[in-house]
Design a protein around this ligand. Sequence first.
Ligand SMILES: Cc1cc2nc3c(=O)[nH]c(=O)nc-3n(C[C@H](O)[C@H](O)[C@H](O)COP(=O)(O)OP(=O)(O)OC[C@H]3O[C@@H](n4cnc5c(N)ncnc54)[C@H](O)[C@@H]3O)c2cc1C
Length: 384
Amino acid sequence: MAQDLEQLRTHWRAWLETNCPDEMRDGPASEADICWGGANWQFASEAQEVWLRRCASVGITVPTWPKEYGGAGLTRDEEKILHQEMKRINARTPLQSFGIWMLGPALLAFGSDAQKQEILPPIARGEIRWCQGYSEPGAGSDLAGVQTRADDCGDHWVVNGQKIWTSYADKADWIFALVRTDRDAPKHKGISFVLIDMHSTGVSTRPIQLISGASPFCETFFDNVQVPKTQVVGQINRGWDVAKYLLTHEREMISAGGALMGGGRALGAVLADSETGNSDPILRADAMRAEIDGLAFGLTLERYKDQVEAGGSVGDASAMLKYAGTELNKRRQELIMGAEGSAALEWEAGLPGSWLRSKANSIEGGTSEVMLGIIAKRILGLPG
Ligand SMILES: Cc1cc2nc3c(=O)[nH]c(=O)nc-3n(C[C@H](O)[C@H](O)[C@H](O)COP(=O)(O)OP(=O)(O)OC[C@H]3O[C@@H](n4cnc5c(N)ncnc54)[C@H](O)[C@@H]3O)c2cc1C
């Protein structure tokens, strides 16, 4: 087994040397350099396009998905080797998307064969960009309170309602959304999970301006939108099961920002280069504690991933991972701001942006307060 993995390492090392363009070997990309794909995607460079095409051709945009759906069929251990080799040459992630992080895993678990065959390969190739239609003006933390409704019209549904905070809705080709299909059922039992083409008649988006001037957020409106019944994932009125499963993946993905993984600079290195960080003993001690907590968190995350590979499920523990990971990342960003002193306030240097973004991490995918509620009730079994 170990020998097989070493052979695989040799294989990926050689493949990456030959196929990863030099321009894609500059480590984690800035926001502008991230490749999101989609029908209207404008590649930032020829190298970005070449890198995506080459990775997709061997299934490593989604390494653990089955080959028949555009993946490379790797196990977690094999994927780890690939990622280690990518990190060794500082290779950029070729593609990231809500399709890869959220919809794909949900479809693999709940989708019909036809849905998997039709939808997963274009996600893996970066051809279709998805957005997430969960939140509504009156349904954020209390997500099961969604009011966007789908009325049964024989072979199709007619959808009416509004979503909010739909990241990149104006750039997406399709949306996965929660809609109410039975208004008389208890609130968790009358929801369905549907896939809607953003170009359908009656779908519109309106950007939400933020104080920074730029924003990924949109409001999304549905006005008598016809949706074929084949576009329901899982059973009608049982969409809450799909929604919850998808959220465990979203939360696990967001939590990873808290570990000293994925290219984040070690705090020690940041402090060593900084104005005040090197000489302040309190800051150094705090950074050391955060660093150790980050390493422990990284190992915990790995343990849960191995548990999933062995046939288990992260389930409610994703709330714990999300809470710990996002709070840790906030601590990390505070320490970096403290170490850099007045230099941290320069907007152009990017530090204030990362610091503010870490706060959004503890809101998106469910707030830290709500994660604590889930941990208390469902993991610790405390009375509600
Ligand atoms: C960066 C970012 C990207 C996002 N992208 C998307 C997206 O693409 N698609 C999408 O559908 N949504 C998206 N969201 C929305 C996000 O999922 C919601 O903001 C989140 O679920 C919280 O809901 P809310 O904003 O309605 O806050 P509310 O539910 O109104 O909460 C307000 C405050 O009350 C607290 N609170 C609420 N209920 C409880 C409780 N039971 N116990 C203790 N405290 C409680 C909350 O913690 C929070 O502090 C995004 C949000 C962010 C920040």
